[in-house]
Design a protein around this ligand. Structure first.
Ligand code: CO
Length: 344
């Protein structure tokens, strides 16, 4: 959206309708970190503005300085009318398969570098931490350390190996996050790989939405929402994946196959209102389904900045969606994010 478009909505640069957009889904990669041991990502610097995330000898992803340079990020946010951005880890650094000591060290180093990246713009660049989720005690300790040092919440991967979000240790971590008031952003990662899925970006286009759908399902059918307090604030990336589209199928299965459907006390629709989803679905029809399904107070702007499968400007579909009234639009662009982040 151009600045002219913004002014039509009554706001100046950085504002839409008098309240700047808050983007809860963006990523960072620092431009330097110490050697963290074999099997961990490293960065091959190409130029001042370009680098490659390397996994061993393999190129994982080419990145640019918007991943680490606050000045570049803030200029993009200003151009896009984004007031604040949650800056989260890039999931390849989660390191949930590493031993706990190594994963804790990686989390510590990355989390401290995230604070440095966000330091130039307090209140606009809001760092989220990562934790060694394979070990609940270490994960809770790192979350506490980060919340005390300026992080606004935690991003977690949607699974730890074969463990979903209903695994005992992860539920313990979610209960702890609820008790300390840390919002949790769930990001799909480590998608299944096969000759069929390794074509056409299918791991990103099919795998990621399915992974996120499976995670919402684990929270519901695994009985997690029955066990964690209402005050847990949890948000799923990419519109919650394919969840909203298939709610009816899950609802039908819950009623027709109670013998195998899992342990939730209530049917899936009962838990709508317990979680947020971001808005990065690229299509007004999909956004409308989301708002109708999960609730107008449960959709927040996410962009996936600065990666190419993200939405620029952040919240672009929500800003223009014809089905939204002004009040609902403002909630989606910023108010719901304030509620999710606990930042009035
Ligand atoms: Co993302």
């Amino acid at each position: 959206m151009s600045r002219d478009d913004n002014s039509k909505n009554g706001g100046g640069p950085g504002e839409v309708g008098g309240a700047g957009v808050i983007d809860v889904h963006a990523h960072y990669v620092p431009n330097g970190w110490p050697r963290l041991g074999p099997g961990t990502p490293w960065l091959r610097i190409e130029t001042e503005r370009d680098a490659v995330i390397m996994l061993g000898d393999r190129e994982f992803r080419r990145i640019r300085s918007d991943c680490w340079d606050a000045e570049v990020r803030l200029a993009d946010m200003d151009a896009d009318g984004v007031h604040a951005q949650v800056v989260s880890p890039t999931p390849v650094f989660f390191s949930y398969a590493a031993d706990v000591a190594q994963a804790t060290r990686i989390a510590t180093v990355m989390n401290d570098l995230a604070l440095e990246i966000c330091a130039p713009a307090p209140g606009r660049l809001l760092p989220m931490c990562q934790v060694p989720l394979q070990d609940p005690d270490a994960a809770c300790a790192e979350l506490d350390r980060c919340m005390a040092s300026g992080h606004v919440g935690v991003e977690i991967g949607n699974h730890v190996g074969d463990l979903d979000l209903d695994a005992e240790g992860i539920v313990t971590f979610l209960q702890h996050a609820a008790s300390v008031g840390a919002p949790v952003f769930v990001h799909p990662w480590d998608m299944p790989s096969s000759p069929r899925l390794d074509r056409w970006m299918a791991r990103w286009l099919v795998g990621m939405p399915a992974e996120t759908h499976a995670s919402v399902l684990a929270m519901i059918l695994g009985g997690v929402f029955d066990r964690v307090p209402d005050r847990l604030r949890i948000c799923f990336a990419h519109g919650g994946g394919s969840f909203a589209f298939w709610l009816g199928r899950m609802e039908n299965a819950w009623h027709k196959r109670r013998d195998v459907i899992g342990t939730s006390r209530y049917p899936p629709s009962h838990y709508l209102g317990r979680f947020y989803v971001d808005s990065v679905v690229f299509d007004e029809r999909a956004l409308r389904l989301l708002v109708d399904t999960v609730g107008a107070d449960r959709v927040v702007v996410g962009s996936d900045y600065p990666y190419p499968l993200g939405e620029r400007p952040a919240g672009g579909v929500a800003r223009k969606a014809s089905f939204l009234d002004d009040d609902t639009r403002t909630r989606i662009l910023s108010g719901n994010a304030r509620a999710f982040l606990g930042r009035p």
